[in-house]
Design a protein. Structure first.
Length: 578
């Protein structure tokens, strides 16, 4: 792995740092130099202050959507909120369904079943909804629909208007329908939140539903923070860059999440053993969202929606336990499938291609996206994993920075039944007989478009500091830059150090635990030793020695054990000094 240190200033080895100087460099590394930029980053605009223009949503389309929804409510027309089976789609569905249910009882949520119905609108599903739902006149899609022009036309033939709420990349043109509330700037749940707020704001002051919505709160104003807990979950789970507007949604949404009284979320926290007041992006990305996603991958995502929306805390506990067990099954299946896929890649003759494509009729459709992600993580190149069917096959792709995966896939549209996604993640359906042609084309395109240096793993490091600067005060200052995630990575430092002790920990010695000390002269060992943990790097123990000099790249973390809080290092990589 190549280290790329952003702050390359040469300093005297005895130079002393002020915490303010370190923080200033960290902010500059993120392109924040003026006082205005720094202030907006540290104190972002609250989400309720965002306009449609800020979110890059067409305000006329929002007004058309609000008008059509109000018409449906007035005429007692049935409304279906048609969602998606991932965390973003589930949270978006929950927000719109709950909001509309406060205004009309004639509204139903709908989540398709991944295997039998597939992603997004489905003509058979639309037909079934039409004939099973009395007076169905309006479908609102969330987290899909922007590329479903043909299905929308089919719905309109059945007398159903369609409002699209989506954030995926537009195809050749936007679909023609009642309204298209679209932006690629935020996740689908944030779009649903904005539409929900727009509906509430449009209610007359004297409207009884408005009074009902506000009645449970101390303020007569509409609670604009409603649902921001779900927006935070979706923003983080859908890997939105946590800068600008998305930073605002994540930061303030996490604050709401830490205070949530939503039965379903509290049940997840209890089942997962996490304290709600300590929840950050890690808990959302690696504990909460995977549980919500697991049902859609393994069974039916409607169970996740029920969990989020139920007000029965006993039922919530039972559903949370089911999600936890299903997620464990999903983890085992993903690990086993990823292991098989990695073996296929490792067995390829010659140099690895710049684009990895693996397929099997044994791959479960629900986890192929996760497996593609594992391949990208291991081999650092775009990957497409195909679940091969008899007639049609489903595939999921993940990419690396600089290679727009959905554009690459859409260039092959003549081969595809369907496709959709983002620059970093996409999915497609293809006739099984055309898989080999697709492989050849993608491999050729990658050879032309991906330079060799893009395939090299690079660790982006903020700056070098003496180990003596690592303390709880610096950690506290760094936390002001949270939440961390895509687009706002957690600060990474390098320091010169001497190994005082080390051992492997975890199953089969998977992880490495170290005690290191500052390499500076004139500093006592006792006062400058620091504990460090290197996850999944236990093999490094074979090359380590006591009193060995090393360069260590790390995050600063606060570890709490038996009521005692202590700063330690989370090691990203180690290099030996020459």
């Amino acid at each position: 792995m190549r280290w790329n240190v952003i702050d390359k200033k040469q300093r005297n080895k005895d130079a002393k740092f002020q915490r303010e100087e370190i923080i200033k460099i960290l902010l500059e590394n993120r392109g924040l130099k003026s006082k205005k930029e720094v202030n907006e980053f540290l104190n972002p605009t609250r989400p309720e202050k965002f306009s449609a223009k800020d979110l890059e949503i067409d305000e006329k389309e929002v007004k058309k959507a609000v008008s059509r929804i109000n018409k449906a409510i007035k005429n007692n027309e049935a409304i279906v909120v048609y969602g998606d089976y991932d965390a973003d789609g589930i949270c978006a569905t929950a927000i719109l369904w709950e909001t509309l249910y406060q205004l009309t009882k004639n509204v139903l949520p709908y989540i398709p079943e991944r295997i039998s119905e597939g992603y997004g609108l489905n003509t058979e599903s639309i037909k079934n909804l039409k004939f099973k739902t009395k007076n169905l006149k309006l479908i609102i899609t969330v987290d899909h629909g922007i590329t479903a022009a043909d299905k929308i036309k089919y719905a309109e033939k059945l007398g159903i208007d369609v409002i699209v709420c989506d954030h995926h990349q537009v195809g050749k043109e936007k679909p023609e329908c009642t309204a298209v509330v679209h932006t690629e700037k935020i996740c689908a749940t944030a779009i649903a939140w904005f539409l929900s707020m727009s509906l509430r704001r449009a209610l007359p002051r004297s409207n009884p539903q408005r009074d009902e919505i506000a009645s449970s709160r101390s303020s007569s104003e509409l609670a604009m923070t409603d649902y921001l807990d779900l927006v935070a979950i979706a923003t983080i789970a859908d890997l939105e860059p946590l800068v600008g507007i998305n930073r605002s949604f994540a930061k303030y949404g996490l604050e709401v999440l830490r205070k949530t009284e939503r039965c379903g979320l509290l049940a997840i926290f209890e089942e997962a053993g996490i304290k709600k007041e300590e929840i950050d992006t890690y808990h959302v990305g690696y504990i909460i969202a995977p549980r919500l996603n697991a049902m859609g991958r393994m069974e039916h995502a409607l169970e996740s929606l029920r969990l989020l929306c139920t007000k029965d805390c006993v039922k919530a506990k039972s559903l949370a336990e089911k999600l936890g067990l299903t997620n464990k099954e999903r983890q085992l299946l993903t690990e086993e499938t990823a292991k098989q896929a990695k073996l296929l890649v490792a067995g390829l003759e010659g140099e690895l291609p710049k684009f990895l494509v693996v397929d099997s009729d044994q791959y479960e459709e629900g986890i192929i996206g996760l497996v593609a992600g594992k391949l990208v993580e291991e081999f650092h190149r775009p990957a497409l994993v195909i679940s091969r069917g008899e007639v049609y096959s489903k595939a999921s792709a993940r990419s690396i920075t600089g290679f727009n995966i959905i554009e690459a896939i859409r260039l092959q549209s003549d081969l595809l039944v369907d496709a959709g996604g983002h620059p970093m993640a996409a999915g497609l359906t293809i006739e099984t007989t055309k898989i080999e042609i697709l492989k050849e084309r993608l491999l050729k395109l990658a050879e032309e478009k991906i330079p060799p240096e893009a395939l090299e793993k690079v660790l982006k490091i903020d700056m070098e500091i003496p180990l003596s600067e690592v303390n709880s005060e610096l950690w506290e200052e760094i936390q002001k830059m949270a939440p961390f995630g895509l687009g706002n990575y957690e600060p990474i430092f390098i320091s010169k150090a001497v190994v005082r002790d080390f051992r492997t920990v975890g199953n089969e010695g998977k992880h490495l635990k170290l005690i290191i000390r500052n390499q500076e002269s004139g500093i006592s060992e006792q006062s400058n030793t620091v504990s460090a943990i290197a996850f999944s790097q236990g093999k490094l123990a074979e090359s380590l020695k006591i009193d060995q000099e090393i360069n260590v790249a790390y995050n600063i973390v606060l570890n709490e054990w038996n009521g005692e809080k202590k700063v330690e290092l989370k090691v990203k990589d180690i290099k030996w000094t020459s």
